[in-house]
Design a binder for this molecule. Structure first.
Ligand code: AKG
Length: 276
């Protein structure tokens, strides 16, 4: 499952590449079933705290961040030693006005590296109609763009942070994905997505990978899963590998890890929306 030379070149030049096949249709359907059974077991939706660092909650997601079909392309982009910093669920229900404004993740994750890759895996179809991700090619290579916190009630980002200058919508590229496919983008790339106008839920999970020399420069403590190779730096506490869904040891770690992540994501914000 290797990226071709031209896909690697496109990632370097434009900041993204898609679609990259990961799961077959049956595997994607099984994951969706497991996620939706969990949602049903607790009354219908993931809680905000369950959206983030969720590889500590669900064994299937821990398996996914270690899956060679995900990691082989990541290794081509950032090298053989790989930490997974976070995973985040992005679920837009049918008819929901939820959207994600144009933003650059590098501006609020507190990570020192320019070389963090987001793998966004479609668990249900992410078509243009369903509100798939859109990107602004090349923006990963420039300066950070100015953002404003809007706190819009339908924005899925923690503080509705929105780029206010430097996005030319006419240059935007949609990245539609079938269930089981992923897109890869540099976390400095401007991206966002519109509401789900399709007849099915849009369910995606983002997985964020970084080289181990990366530091957390906003928070005082942070954690990550060592998913491939070695970590000679030790800047992040390594997360435990869950033995099963809701493993008590991993669950306790998740509590601590998501609190720390929230401190970073809301640093400097005037409000806490409770979205993560
Ligand atoms: O799900 C989306 O449309 C956007 C997700 C996102 O912002 C991200 O993965 O960094």
């Amino acid at each position: 499952m290797r990226l071709s030379d031209s896909q690697v070149a496109q990632y370097r030049e434009d900041g993204y590449v898609y679609p990259v096949p990961v799961l077959d249709t049956a595997e994607a359907a099984t994951i969706r079933q497991r996620l939706e059974a969990f949602e049903a077991s607790q009354g219908g939706r993931l809680k905000a705290s369950q959206r983030s660092k969720s590889f500590l909650l669900f064994k299937w997601l821990d398996n996914l961040i270690r899956d060679p079909r995900v990691l082989d392309p990541i290794q081509q982009l950032i090298g053989p030693n790989i930490l997974c910093w976070n995973t985040i669920f992005w679920i837009k229900d049918v008819g929901s006005p939820s959207f994600i404004s144009w933003h650059q993740d590098a501006t609020y994750w507190g990570l020192s590296s320019r070389n963090v890759v987001t793998a966004w895996l479609a668990i249900a179809p992410a078509s243009i109609e369903a509100g798939c991700m859109r990107v602004m090619p090349g923006t990963h290579a420039g300066d950070d763009l100015p953002h404003q916190d809007t706190y819009d009630e339908h924005n899925m980002l923690t503080r509705g942070q929105t780029i206010v200058e430097g996005v030319d919508e006419t240059q935007a590229v949609h990245m539609p994905l079938a269930a089981g496919e992923m897109s890869l983008h540099n976390y400095r790339l401007a991206h966002g997505s519109g509401p789900n106008l399709s007849g099915d839920r849009r369910i995606g999970v983002s997985m964020h990978f970084m080289p181990p020399e990366t530091r957390q420069v906003v928070g005082t403590w942070d954690s990550a899963a060592l998913v491939r190779g070695v970590d000679p730096y030790g800047h992040f506490e390594h997360t435990p590998v869950p033995s099963r869904d809701l493993d008590p040891v991993a669950l306790a770690f998740h509590e601590r890890a998501s609190l720390a992540a929230r401190e970073v994501l809301y640093a400097g914000a005037s409000q806490r929306t409770g979205r993560l």
